[in-house]
Ligand binder design. Structure first.
Ligand code: THU
Length: 165
């Protein structure tokens, strides 16, 4: 008989930025500012991200598109890879994501590829990355790891278990 398994998704929904500690608000502000540097002539959807390393360094990112659409890269991975390119052994503590032009109560959440990249970094640094997804002057969704957003994910442990051809 099949086992009936469930995965619970734990996150916080803050009513506004003011409910957050100062350093989280600053990271959200930086993410919003980073969106100004987005290159999004095709989607016209400017996304900003900002991450904070354990040592306190802050790295911004924005989406960078291309006429060959799949060559474009999201704000989250721009920030993540920029940070790790110069601080390969550091730990990413937190990432904020903001799309200033989006209004309402539903913050933009990372796409599947970015979730995969964030989960890989969590495995690499052996620790969670907190995510803050905020609407300007609106609510913020907080997760305590990227893994929360990508349960049952594929990772390098699957590669290690492959059988020899
Ligand atoms: N995008 C991001 O940068 N981050 C997200 O979380 C969602 C989507 C970008 C990709 C593309 O440049 C544009 O937004 C529209 O999908």
């Amino acid at each position: 008989m099949a086992a009936n398994r469930k995965i619970a998704l734990h996150y916080l929904q803050h009513p506004s930025w003011s409910a957050l500690p100062k350093e989280d608000r600053q990271l959200l502000e930086l993410a919003a500012k980073a969106a100004r540097n987005a290159y999004a002539p095709y989607s016209k959807f400017k996304v900003g991200a900002a991450l904070r390393m354990e040592e306190g360094e802050v790295v911004p990112g924005s989406n960078q598109e291309n006429a060959s659409f799949p060559a474009g890269i999201c704000a989250e991975r721009t920030a993540l890879h920029a940070a790790l390119a110069v601080m390969p052994d550091s730990t990413v503590e937190c990432m904020a994501i903001v799309v200033p032009q989006v209004r309402g109560s539903r913050p933009v959440t990372p796409c599947g590829i970015c979730r995969q990249a964030l989960v890989e970094q969590e495995r690499r640094q052996k620790g969670p990355i907190r995510l803050l997804m905020g609407v300007m002057r609106g609510p913020v969704i907080e997760t305590f790891s990227a893994d929360t957003l990508l349960p049952l994910s594929f990772d390098s442990s699957h590669l290690a278990r492959r059988r020899k051809a």
